[in-house]
Design a protein around this ligand. Structure first.
Ligand code: 5AD
Length: 371
């Protein structure tokens, strides 16, 4: 077996080496992996952790994904749609708190009314959140699923500049097992290309620890992130939700919780080592598995956190998986708590900046140079 130090010192990783890193359960090796990832974060990104205020503005969804708590067939939750003013209030809270950016996330809808509403909301936020530090207003990331290429362009023209769409898994068979027929792998792929084409910084990612997912699948996922030239990565552990068809895997999930958590942290470190200058989010799902999971994500090479700023009254209706934290706190508490938590692990918060992906900036500069 190849020595871990040797792998970590090689200029690039091949699939066998990625697999070797993914499969280690030796605490000393995991610590070496973590340290290398952290070193590369400081070298390729910055010492700062960037905050994106997460606004879950609607839980209506046309899809019925087998893992997700807000799937169309979950009749146990009440459906909500925040008004433009409510969203703006959240955005202003983010601005006041020094977050440079927000994420607008919702269940999937592709109807005209939804698209127009979102464009107008984006325009309004951009106009009304201009400040000395952010002359163009807050940075806006969208996470509203599969749309047509024209719609992506509209969202970009309205002023959003980053888009997150997870591939969920790059294994077609596994993708089929966790999605209804209407959600196709091919279409998801086309959407990812259309998002880039529209001009967005592209974020993608996968769920880690899905039933039947192998380490080789995860290695392929990492290789895919490079192939699609992603600027941002958002990955997290798969967590069972009791009101979904995949609750039949509860036993599997609870028996493997610790392993899945460890695997998610290793994936973050390997993504950092393999992709170097991308932004990597430490997702809330990590915190659902372990109270300090998100801070651990930062220690393992992530550099972005998305604090919850959705109004308290609707948070309980946006639960994608069981055990989601911060559903009954005040957003303000989240802010104070998050800054303290980040300082506790000896890292710094990047206030009042977009904190864009260095990978995207580098590509943009190369293009200017070519022209
Ligand atoms: N466990 C973990 N992540 C989930 N997501 C949805 N349901 C779950 C779950 N049960 C993730 C998906 C989606 C993102 C918004 O939330 O990866 O892309």
């Amino acid at each position: 077996m190849e020595d871990i130090a040797q792998i970590l010192n090689s200029p690039d990783l091949n699939k066998a080496q990625i697999l070797r890193l993914l499969s280690t359960e030796n605490p000393i090796e995991i610590e070496q992996l973590r340290q290398k990832a952290r070193e590369l974060t400081l070298q390729n990104c910055s010492e700062k952790v960037y905050l994106r205020g997460l606004i879950e503005f609607s839980n209506y969804c046309v899809n019925d994904c087998y893992y997700c708590g807000i799937r169309k067939s979950n009749y146990k939750i009440s459906r909500y749609f925040l008004t433009k003013d409510e969203i703006l209030q959240c955005a202003n809270f983010a601005l006041k708190s020094g977050y440079g950016s927000i994420v607008l996330q919702s269940g999937e809808r592709r109807d005209r009314k939804f698209i127009d509403f979102l464009c107008k909301t984006i325009e309004k936020i951009k106009k009304e959140t201009k400040s000395e530090n952010l002359p163009d207003g807050l940075g806006i990331t969208l996470c509203v699923g599969e749309q047509s290429p024209e719609t992506y362009k509209k969202f970009f023209s309205a002023g959003a500049h980053r888009y997150l769409l997870r591939i969920e898994t790059t294994n077609k068979e596994l993708f089929k097992q966790i999605h209804p027929k209407k959600v196709s792998f091919e279409r998801r792929m086309e959407c990812l290309y259309a998002i880039k084409e529209a001009g967005f910084q592209l974020g993608t990612g996968v769920m880690i620890g899905l039933p039947n997912q192998t380490l080789e699948n995860l290695a392929d996922d990492l290789i895919f992130f490079r192939k699609i030239d992603a600027d941002m990565i958002g990955m997290g552990p798969y967590i069972v939700h009791k009101d979904t068809p995949m609750q039949k895997y509860s036993k599997y999930f609870y028996n493997n919780k610790r392993k899945i958590y460890q695997l998610a942290l290793k994936m973050i470190s390997i993504a950092r080592i393999y992709l170097k200058n991308v932004n990597i989010a430490s997702t809330t799902a990590l915190q659902a598995l372990y109270p300090f999971g998100r801070e651990e994500g930062l220690r393992y090479g992530a550099n972005v956190i998305m604090p919850q700023i959705t109004p308290i009254s609707v948070r309980k209706n946006y639960i994608l998986y069981d055990g989601k934290p911060c559903i009954d706190e005040f957003a303000n508490d989240c802010l104070n708590c998050i800054a303290k938590r980040i300082e506790l692990i000896g890292q710094k918060v990047g206030y009042n900046e977009y904190g864009d992906s260095p990978h995207f900036k580098e590509k943009a500069e190369k293009n200017v140079y070519k022209k």
